[in-house]
Design a protein around this ligand. Structure first.
Ligand code: PLP
Length: 402
């Protein structure tokens, strides 16, 4: 073997070249690189100018991020997609892009995710943007609020947390567009396997990728998809502010997508089984799941979500917080986890987690009671999920009797 002329420490820096195989790998390679080499200044000009599809620097996006964006563009039926470092950075960039050059005013669903509420209150209202909230279930109220506030953005959630209300997106998007607003939809709970907001009129869809898209509780990332000009504006913001997706997260996200179809169907059918079980119990005051005939959007869900509504479900325990505490302690395989969309079934108590920043009366007004428990139903065998719930209910009964 030819000896290198350099001293060992120099050779250690340069020795060994990665051989990219001539035949493609059957699973994606991970490009964990923060920078890329150019052959000469013409090459620099070509890549910077977009004439050659090269990469420049980690923060500007790497091949794994591009792969995830291409996959999500297809799955969402969007013109373009941009991947972000978190769901919140995706939401922030989507809002920033939609508001650019417009009067800063947002009309948002009153049931938005708590982190979104904090962002809107601190960073948007806090910097002079007008922010108002509306019940997205009440189309007349949405129309009135749109006419009154003429917002630049109508911000919605496809399936809300934790009561799984279903946005009537075709109607809401039409109202938003009539008023000249950009319609942004958080579809984290749905994923494009169950619902594609762009097909129903959304201009932009946003996701927290660490939930169902990643699926295994090991990804921190976000995504924006939709109209090309709005996605490009969001991508520019992410690049300037350092909010683009890290390479390994993108690699994990693509791996997650490969089983998304199977997982979402199983999450959905398991959630129906759990909802059916819960609705037969006397200690449960109310089950919040679109499969239940008493759910306010039961018919709408059937129309918009023919394959199911995913794994999210909530129920109200009659005994309030004291019984919730006992119930959660009685679970053996279902862990208390303040995230969702993982393969394992998990439970959370919105009053102290997702909704803790809301004043109590505002939370109760939304329908989130002191007895509301949220379950992210996983992909286990449905009878084993029910058995663990049964165990927790049994313990509750014993302690109540004691
Ligand atoms: N949207 C929804 C519906 C969420 O549940 C979450 C997080 O729980 C987010 C957005 C924020 O995503 P991230 O935590 O990835 O920033």
């Amino acid at each position: 073997m030819k000896q290198r002329e350099e001293r060992p420490e120099t050779a250690a820096v340069h020795a060994g070249k990665l051989q990219i195989p001539a035949n493609p790998a059957s699973s994606p390679a991970l490009f964990q690189a923060s920078s890329y080499e150019f052959s000469d200044l013409d090459d620099v000009e070509a890549v910077y100018g977009g004439a050659r599809a090269g990469k420049i620097y980690g923060r500007y996006g790497g091949p794994n991020g591009s792969q995830f964006e291409a996959a999500m563009t297809e799955l969402e039926g969007a013109e373009e997609a941009a991947a972000a470092s978190a769901g919140m950075s995706a939401i922030d960039a989507a809002l920033g892009s939609a508001l650019a050059g417009k009067r800063r005013s947002i009309l948002a669903t009153a049931e938005c995710y708590g982190g979104t509420y904090s962002l809107l209150e601190h960073d948007y209202r806090g910097s002079g943007c007008a922010v108002e909230y509306v019940d997205q279930q009440d189309l007349a109220a949405v129309r009135t609020a749109l006419e009154r506030t003429r917002p630049a953005v109508l911000y919605l959630e496809a399936l809300t947390n934790p009561l799984i209300h279903v946005a009537d997106l075709p109607a809401l998007a039409a109202l938003g567009h009539e008023a000249g607003a950009v319609v942004i939809v958080d579809a984290t709970f749905a994923t494009p396997m169950l619902f594609r907001p762009v097909e129903h009129g959304a201009d932009l869809v946003v996701h927290s990728v660490g939930k169902y898209l990643g699926g295994h509780g090991d990804v921190g990332a976000g995504l924006i998809a939709g109209k090309a000009n709005l996605v490009r504006g969001a991508r520019d913001l992410l690049t300037r502010k350092g909010g683009t997706i890290p390479h390994f997260e993108a690699w994990l996200a693509v791996r997650g997508l490969r089983t998304l179809g199977l997982r979402m169907l199983r999450h959905s059918s398991n959630a129906v089984a759990v909802a059916t079980y819960l609705s037969g119990r006397d200690d449960v005051e109310r089950v919040h799941h679109p499969s239940r005939p008493d759910h306010p959007q039961h018919a709408l869900a059937k129309r918009l979500y023919p394959s199911g509504t995913g794994g999210m479900i909530a129920f109200d325990l009659r005994g309030g917080r004291r019984d919730v505490d006992r119930f959660l302690r009685g679970l053996q395989t279902i862990a208390i986890v303040h995230s969702l969309g993982e393969v394992a079934t998990t439970a959370s108590y919105p009053a102290v987690s997702s909704h803790r920043m809301l004043p109590e009366d505002a939370r109760r007004e939304l329908g989130v009671t002191d007895g509301t428990v949220r379950i992210s139903v996983g992909i286990e065998h449905p009878e084993d999920i029910v058995r663990d719930l049964e165990r927790a209910f049994a313990g509750l009964g014993e302690r109540v009797r004691a």
